[in-house]
Design a protein around this ligand. Structure first.
Ligand code: F6R
Length: 610
């Protein structure tokens, strides 16, 4: 989503702001802007639609020099992505950048217009700028005026503000959109993600919900939601820097796909004993809480939701626990009936997805037994607000299309399944020991699947000219098919739909012809023969088939049927393995189509607005 960077220093900060924006560009990128207080105490800004490189080029022609400034990459919510709507927004002596959505912006806009304020953009953010200017009339101190302003805002915001009349400070407010202060020597910084500031510091202070911060060169003051002055802990951060580098790979997405054996290994580290999962990996209270669990409710969005759908098969089949899975944007607004002793599980790469966070907050009122977050970011809101946590160790994911986050989520969810089954004594004889062994072998199997890279690249040629694709799977492979379809549409813009293979004849078969390739995942399990019949139905209608099949499934190439042999794997782990060729397929199709693989159009990493 949008990104914020701010700085107050003794040196020119424009290059620091720009570098920060480049590092945040993966989050949101339809326009960018920077405002600095120049050395003659005037506010100047430069804004450009498009990538940060456009802003960079404009600044190379007309440099801005100053020691106090704010910058922003925007992902349009209110108003088209154009220069007029790009941040920072000005009002009088102040400049504002904003992440999030102000829900009462229309009412505020009318009030401010009636007071004579003139709007030059279609954004909700401009309302904040004018409201703040209005408050400054009564109370010239920027920090005090900001405190009064946020009281009138409904919605979500991470805000950074500078004032030409108070050149010594940058002020910030957080509610529903993360902000972090970067601490330097004689200079301080602000960003929506610490990655933006890794080039200037490794010491950070995370703002909490409702915090207001006043950041000067040599001091930081924070007030909490009640207005009380508070100290926030300083954290030294050493991980994540390497993720900002693509290394030998052409795209972050390809790098992240190839990192999967290593990050799955990392996700397992310290969580397995000889033959068991260590239940304490979920937190010291986990053994006691898990013993009480009788149901599981999983809530997530997008790719993370697909991981939850796979987990449902595991929880019911292996641990005998009823499980419901729902997308967060639906769950949060539904009147939910909660069964007694239900564990509420959220899954999220970022831990900042607005719908998932809101669902967690609602769940607290609904009488769930406890909440568990399976998340990739230890310092995220989701982790902070959950009772139990399992951190996936995927490392930073830069490509907008989620890959390694998904497979590590699946590993985390299998650990959860085995832990619940272990504590409740519901696992079959020897199941845990077998699956622990299989999990240990998983990184090697994933490496074998990745070795098929060039085979999948060749298959991708079948898709480059097509407009529609169908993905089929049965059982726990159905959510894998959904994830494959999501990847393809996200980065190649080809329309892709997923169906449980048995549903084909109930409607979608009507779509099948030789212009609609059908992709299928076919592990060697009890559904294989049924799946083979479904595939015959496709072939009989002239549909071209691409089948990722277990090497023991006895499937071979034929006319209009392209079979890619997959290494044999235990059926329970097959959703993790079969995800790999589908990720590679969408990647190579996108490369052939020449789309922006890492930053596909209209999308953003970490969706922090509703
Ligand atoms: C798809 C993708 C999204 C995210 C979704 C949830 O490739 O990345 O569908 O999975 O926006 O994000 P998190 O997992 O951060 O909550």
């Amino acid at each position: 989503m949008c990104g914020i960077v701010g700085a107050v220093a003794e040196r020119n900060i424009t290059a620091i702001l720009l570098e920060g924006l480049k590092r945040l560009e993966y989050r949101g990128y339809d326009s960018a802007g920077v405002a600095v207080l120049t050395n003659d105490a005037t506010l100047e800004r430069m804004r450009r639609p498009g990538k940060v490189s456009e802003l960079d080029a404009a600044l190379a022609e007309h440099p801005l020099v100053g020691r106090l400034g704010i910058a922003h990459t925007r992902w349009a919510t209110h108003g088209a992505p154009c220069e007029r709507n790009a941040h920072p927004h000005f009002s009088g002596d102040i400049a504002v950048v904003h992440n999030g959505i102000i829900e009462n912006h229309e009412a505020l806009r009318e009030q401010l217009k009636a007071l004579g304020y003139v709007f030059t953009s279609d954004t909700d953010t401009e309302v904040i700028a004018h409201l703040l200017t209005h408050k400054l009339k009564d109370q010239p101190d920027l920090t005090v005026a900001l405190k009064a302003t946020v009281k009138e805002l409904h919605g979500a915001y991470g805000l950074a503000v500078i004032n030409a009349r108070q050149p010594d400070r940058l002020v910030a407010a957080r509610s529903g959109s993360p902000l972090v202060i970067g601490l330097g020597l004689g200079e301080n910084f602000l960003a929506s993600d610490q990655l933006a500031l890794r080039q200037v510091t490794d010491r950070f202070m995370y703002l909490e919900e409702g915090d207001i911060a006043e950041i000067r060169r040599d001091s930081v003051q924070i007030w909490d939601i009640t207005g009380k002055a508070v100290e926030r802990q300083t954290v030294q951060y050493s991980d994540g820097a390497e993720a900002a580098d693509k290394g030998e790979f052409r795209h972050y997405m390809l790098k992240e796909i190839h990192e999967q054996p290593a990050v799955v290994q990392r996700t397992l580290e310290g969580r397995l004993s000889d033959q068991q999962v260590l239940v304490q990996a979920f937190g010291p209270q986990a053994p006691e809480l898990f013993a009480k669990v009788r149901n599981v409710q999983i809530v997530a969005c997008g790719t993370s939701y697909h991981a939850g759908m796979v987990a449902r098969y595991w929880l019911e089949e292996l641990a005998g626990i009823p499980c419901q899975v729902e997308v967060a944007s639906e769950f949060r607004y539904r009147k939910v009936v909660v069964q007694p002793d239900t564990l509420f599980v959220t899954i999220s790469q970022s831990g900042e997805t607005a719908d998932t966070l809101a669902a967690l907050r609602n769940a607290k009122e609904l009488g769930f037994l406890a909440s568990l977050a399976i998340c990739n970011v230890g310092i995220s809101s989701l982790v902070r607000e959950s009772d139990l946590t399992l951190l996936t160790q995927a490392g930073r994911e830069i490509g907008v299309a989620s890959t390694k986050a998904f497979t590590t989520q699946l590993v985390g969810l299998l650990l959860l399944t085995l832990s619940l089954g272990q504590v409740r004594g519901t696992l079959g004889q020897g199941v845990e020991a077998t699956l622990v062994e299989e999990l240990r072998r998983l990184p090697t199997r994933l490496g074998e699947a990745l070795a098929m890279d060039s085979t999948v690249e060749k298959i991708a040629e079948l898709f480059a000219e097509k407009n529609h694709t169908l993905f089929l799977g049965r059982g726990a492979q159905f959510p894998v098919a959904m994830e494959g379809a999501l990847k393809l549409k996200e980065i190649s813009y080809i329309h892709a739909e997923a169906y449980p293979a048995g549903e084909l004849k109930h409607g979608p078969l009507a779509l099948v012809d030789n212009d609609m390739p059908v992709v299928t995942v076919a592990p060697n399990n009890e559904l294989l023969e049924k799946l083979k019949s479904n595939l015959q139905e496709v072939r009989a209608r002239g549909g071209e088939l691409v089948v990722f099949a277990d090497e023991k499934a006895g499937m071979t190439n034929g006319e209009g049927t392209h079979v890619v042999q997959m290494p044999h794997i235990h059926d329970i782990l097959s959703p993790i393995l079969y995800t790999i060729p589908l990720q590679l397929l969408s990647y190579y199709v996108a490369v052939l189509k020449g789309t922006d693989v890492d930053q596909p159009r209209n999308l953003a990493k970490s969706v922090t607005v509703e």
